[in-house]
Write a protein that binds this ligand. Sequence first.
Ligand code: 3H9
Length: 661
Amino acid sequence: MADIPFSKSVSARLRDGVFVVVIDNPPVNALSADVRSGLMAALDHVASLDAATAIVLTGAGSTFIGGADIKEFGKPPVEPMLPEVIERIEAFGKPVVAAVNGAALGGGCEVALACHGRIVGEEASFGLPEVKLGIVPGAGGTQRLPRLIGLVAAIDLIGSGRAVKTGEAVALGLADGIATDPVGAAIALAHEFTGKPLRRTGVICVPPAEDPAAVSAAEAKVLAKSRGQSAPAEAIRLVKATGELDLRQGLAEERATFLRLRDSSESAALRHVFFAERAAGKVEGLDKASSRRIQTVAVVGTGLMGSGIAVAALSSGHSVIALEQSQEAAAGGKARIAQTLDKSLRSGRLTADGRDECLARLQTTAEAEDLVKADLVIEAVFDDLTVKTDLFRRLDGIVRADAILATNTSYLNPDAIAAATVDPSRVVGLHFFSPANVMRLVEVVDCAKTAPEVLASALAFVKGLGKLPVVCGVTEGFIGNTIFSAYRREAEFMLEDGALPQEIDAALEAYGFPMGIFAVNDMAGLEIAWARRKRQAATRDPAARYVEIADRLCEAGRLGHKSGRGWYAYPDGKRTIDPEVTAVIEAVRAAKNIASRSFTPAEIMSRLLKAMVDEGTALLADGVAARPGDIDVVMINGYGFPAHRGGPMFAAEQNKDQPHA
Ligand code: 3H9
């Protein structure tokens, strides 16, 4: 029997007396108006089709349903609305079983929850990630999920937005079974259901016997991670309301909350981040460049950064050759990599088998000639131009002609490093953030002579690590460190003008940063920036404003957390305000005859944001960053800028008509 079309993206076919409805709306089968109307038409059709005893609902390709179509948010609503489609499914007179072939997210998960049964394929996952978009589920997720899996698990999943894979889905009671052929198994389950009372999720009573302490603990865990955002707290409120409201009242409350949050600035910011993250790894015209297969990755240097990169590559299935200067250093590198893998094992990110497989794919060596097998070499050695150029010259003569050479430099000019090679077109920058096995962000530096296919390969490699690539051009510090330096400079100007480190940090934290800039500097250590300032002293413009406070602190041995003192003191490891620092600041102000004045938190933030945006605008003008969104993505993922503010460029655009404090 031929497929029956119900709309452009929904069609169905009768199989063993069951109507198999397929949603085919690439790239992720989002629930567009066309999908919603197609689903309604299919339900109408089956309601009066005697030959069909049940419906199985599945997605084409590798996704079940990726959720509501986020691109439709902010546009005039088009009937039928998703809650209506979902209620129709739940109330349907014949069994409806979801064959969850891939990700069932947001509205996709809500569709699955309303079905009378759920069979998952091996690659399936369930999640209600709405809070990551600044909203709550808006089509019954907060009301149906707790009815299926209980309050504690629902608060965890909806409040964090995390997705669960098949095993956890079955254990939680979200799925009825796992099958290699989910459609076939769903048809079988639909037959079992036929003629029996249907399991309608909405009428299940929320399991009452839950431990209130466990509910509070789940709630506290979510709230601790969502400072400054309103969606997670609203989601928890709705989940908890399932114990007090009936389904209809709960759905009405959920819908009202969803609509209110959908129009909030938090949601606009997080939607911007969603699309900006996906755009950041794209380069116009690059889709025509074919990328090279990268299986064996060599990492030169196994310090904190190199071993982190090695773990990231091993964890995503690559073979890794880690090169060190001596056998002893190579053994030390191996131990560091093994320790990091063990940490992943302890935190549940890796299984014991997974850890052993990673170690089996690792080779540590002191012989550079071993790198002949590498498809990609990433250097993570000391950030010194002579060291790096010497290394690249040597590597150039050893590795295969088609191997890619990447530098992880933070501040040096990668074009100067590339110039040491015979073929600079194979050189690219891969600026990882520490710890490299954890941090998602990687600045992919398109150097002056990088070949398009080398850039395309580097981007594909970074995405394959599960990381977030942002393409940028060459400048000292690339996107992130350039902007970080600018706002750190502005923060230090404010110190001279009258603010104190703790006031600036408090303003940043109140804005949503996990930590203020001075606390961050203490954590990272003050000595590297001090050494840079000393190097730059001879060439610094004497007319440019220069703040000496950090130098005075370093000269006094205050190098940050590890020396026990920096911008703060750390008695017993706890950050505390230190009057000695205040005295240093006051002395510097006095020496420059600066009459200090007070700053409001709004003024502090306004000056810091302006510094970031001015620098960002310059990076855009110089072509170092391609889009404002790329700058936002870097600052959010590498420097703690709160995602729910959308990044500095987005925030400035939103606030441009508002007077600054
Ligand atoms: C919701 O459902 C609200 C409901 O509760 C209530 C409603 C009433 N819409 O990530 P990828 C695009 S809110 C529109 O690179 P992957 C994406 O922009 C929604 N577009 O693929 C990209 O476009 P381009 C809750 C979407 O394979 C392309 O698809 N759902 C949507 O790495 C590929 O995306 C979510 O929050 C969408 N919903 O990962 C899920 N999703 O090619 C969001 C994706 O032009 N989506 N696009 O750059 C995801 O998490 C991932 O996309 C997914 C696939 C895991 C599905």
